[in-house]
Write a protein that binds this ligand. Structure first.
Ligand code: PLP
Length: 365
């Protein structure tokens, strides 16, 4: 285990302490003598765990009482449908800010449920967040959707856009719990667990109460935020084990300096890599504009001028031999992608940097 350094974009590395705890409770959850997997979701045991985890989320993100915290299934993409099904009926139209591949996919899904306007143009490659003054926002939109961190393109917001009273909805699948932010600036945020806060199966939605009670009649009950809130996220059988893992990760974050520390480390880890890339005379190339470079996902190319596929394959192969794994960029953009989620350590990054320097020495002309 210890000589593996996992930089996967998701499902991604989890803290080793969390595995120790899970191992202990796997067959005997909290002294019950049985696994949580064998426990009724209507039991006092699960009801308590469900409440406890919501409390941790509330403390970490400072979530006020007029926001509901929901645990749903269907992943991030489930919420690409969940968002319009729950929010678009008010005016039948929504604005999508296009900053990368995930926001495009979100917009395409939402089109099934109403009128979707692109507030920013679709591009061939995404290297920044277009200036807010250029966004074409419709005051009549039911909501404005953004992707706070584009996992594939490596573009991340460094500000919360003002949408003039239109509810702002954010996909935070790959950066939720990586930084502090003011949740009251959002109508709703959502994030699947398997990037930064656990394992696949559960998706968290945090929604302001006044946005409930407007789901489309056709909205499946299991995607209905209002019904889910009324049933305290135990509408049907929840993905209890994924929620258990997420709870363990959130408590680990709380014990390890909370979001201030996670953010400080994210800045440190990502800067170590970007700074080295920028010093490599173009041998390594990170396309995203400095200000909007993601602190979670770092896509880059190897070999001048802007990436040599053979050299990149060599890079991945050599890295794997040294235990540096899951570095291949998303197939839609190619290249390399290093993900430095909360559980990736500074030491992991140091090992990667040593490898990158060695690879440079061997291959740079
Ligand atoms: C991974 C990801 C998704 C999709 O998540 P699934 O759980 O696989 O559906 C959506 N948006 C972003 C930003 C992601 O990183």
């Amino acid at each position: 285990m210890s000589n593996i350094h996992n930089f996967g974009a998701g499902p991604a590395k989890l803290p080793s302490e969390v595995f120790d705890e899970l191992e202990e409770e796997l067959v005997n959850f909290n002294g019950t003598g049985i696994s949580l997997m064998e426990t009724s979701h209507r039991s006092a045991t699960y009801i308590k765990l469900n409440a406890e985890i919501q409390d941790v989320v509330r403390r970490l993100l400072n979530v006020p009482q007029n926001y509901k915290i929901l645990f749903l299934q269907g992943g991030g993409q489930g919420q690409f449908a969940g968002v319009p099904l729950n929010l678009m009926s008010r005016t039948g139209t929504a604005d999508y800010v296009i900053t990368g591949i995930w926001s495009v996919i979100a917009a395409r899904e939402a089109r099934k449920y109403g009128n979707v306007r692109f507030a920013t143009p679709q591009q061939d490659s995404y290297v920044n967040i277009p200036d807010l003054s250029t966004w074409d926002l419709d005051p009549n939109a039911s909501y404005v959707h953004i992707c706070d961190n584009e996992t594939i393109d490596g573009v991340e917001y460094d500000f919360i856009p003002n949408t003039n009273g239109v509810p702002l909805v954010a996909d935070m699948c790959s950066n939720i719990m990586s930084k502090k932010f003011d949740i009251t600036k959002f109508g709703a945020v959502y994030g699947c667990a398997q990037k930064n806060i656990g394992t696949a199966g559960v998706t968290m939605v945090i929604v302001r109460e006044d946005l409930l009670n407007q789901a489309m009649p056709a909205c499946p009950s299991v995607f209905d935020w209002t019904l889910t809130a009324k049933n305290n996220s135990i509408l049907n059988t929840p993905p209890m084990q994924a929620i258990e893992v997420m709870g363990r990760v959130l408590k680990w974050i709380e014990r390890n300096g909370k979001l201030e520390k996670m953010e400080e480390l994210a800045v440190k880890k990502s800067s170590m890599i970007y700074d080295y890339i920028d010093q490599s005379n173009g041998f390594y190339y990170a396309p995203v504009e400095k200000r909007f470079r993601s602190k979670m996902n770092i896509p880059f190319r190897v070999g001048p001028p802007k990436g040599d596929v053979d050299l990149e394959n060599q890079f991945i192969e050599d890295a794997e031999k040294q235990g540096l794994i899951q570095l291949r960029g998303h197939s839609l953009v190619g290249g390399i992608r290093v993900s430095v989620y909360n559980s990736v350590t500074v030491e992991d990054v140091e090992v990667l940097l040593r490898f990158m320097k060695e690879f440079f020495k061997q291959h740079a002309k």
